[in-house]
Design a protein around this ligand. Structure first.
Ligand code: MN
Ligand code: MN
Length: 290
């Protein structure tokens, strides 16, 4: 299989687009399995599998203006330099009043994305891990530190992490001490995703939301191709419910930690579908949505 190396139906110019997609093929800090750098290419390839029309959401992404900016060149950068490059590109997209969609790469990239935003946004992270370490492997921009770095930029009470089922004991203690809102996967399973999301919405006071989706929040049975898989995860439909529920608040999105060497393409397919659904649900079909 070899389809064009741009996201399917991303046929608009940068200037005309409502959504701008770019890839960050970076996996230098991944602690367990390498290969997330291959995800932007594999997710783009997988995107060609789908119809433009989606029966469940009654949306058609061919009516939506999407630009694929390609990948940024981060191969030879250290994590701090990579984060800075991501910030520069995201800033350009935001200055032009477009909705950025970033395909990772590992979760460390999100720190750069958030630095490009004003400090008044909220961030919702869907992740099996709390990613709240101050440092990991002597690196502040490790993928295990993403939420901590985001909390350096925006107030901690504007951050919510959903779906966790893994943390270091000290890390969890620190998160509680500093007042980070998080909800574990077991609570979500018990009370249902919509109750969880509603609680988060109330907590964030219906603010603008940037959504970061670490694919490992989904159970490895559905998304085995990830760098640090963790059993007892959410279901793909839970993620769709989240996207739908936050849709009118969303100001940006990333999907990270897909690791193509560890499956038969099913995780990239799910990632591509989720990105398409998000654009179908959030998109207005008109340019320059504020
Ligand atoms: Mn993560
Ligand atoms: Mn994770």
């Amino acid at each position: 299989m070899d389809f064009p190396n741009y996201f399917a139906d991303a046929e608009s110019s940068f200037d005309d687009a409502e959504f701008v997609i770019f890839g960050v093929p970076y996996d230098k800090t991944s602690s367990f399995r390498k290969g997330a750098s291959q995800a932007p290419k594999e997710i783009r390839q997988a995107s060609w599998n789908f119809e433009t029309y989606d029966i469940q959401t009654d949306s058609d992404i061919k009516e939506i203006k999407i630009h694929d900016y390609g990948d940024i060149n981060v191969k030879n950068l250290n994590p701090k330099q990579m984060v800075n490059e991501v910030k520069i590109v995201t800033s350009r997209i935001l200055e032009n009043h477009k909705f950025p969609i970033i395909i990772g790469g590992e979760h460390s990239i999100t720190a750069g994305v958030i630095e490009a935003y004003q400090k008044d946004i909220s961030v919702v992270s869907l992740d099996a891990h709390i990613d709240f370490r101050e440092q990991y492997d002597n690196e502040s921009y490790n993928h295990a530190c993403t939420i901590r770095r985001i909390a350096d930029h925006i107030d901690i009470d504007k951050i919510a992490v959903l779906g966790i089922r893994s943390a270091e004991k000290e890390e969890l203690k620190e998160a509680k001490k500093l007042g980070l809102f998080f909800m574990d996967a077991f609570t979500i399973q018990k009370q249902g995703i919509l109750n969880g999301v509603n609680e988060v919405k109330e907590y964030l006071k219906n603010n603008k939301v940037y959504l970061t989706l670490d694919i490992d929040v989904i159970d490895p049975a559905y998304a085995p191709g990830t760098s640090t898989p963790e059993p007892f995860g959410l279901k793909p439909l839970d993620i769709l419910e989240c996207i739908k529920s936050f849709s009118s608040n969303l100001v940006g999105f990333d999907l990270v930690e897909v690791c193509p060497p560890y499956d038969n393409g099913e995780t990239s397919l799910l990632a591509a579908k989720l990105i398409r659904l998000l654009m179908g649900i959030v998109g207005t079909g008109t340019t320059n949505k504020a």
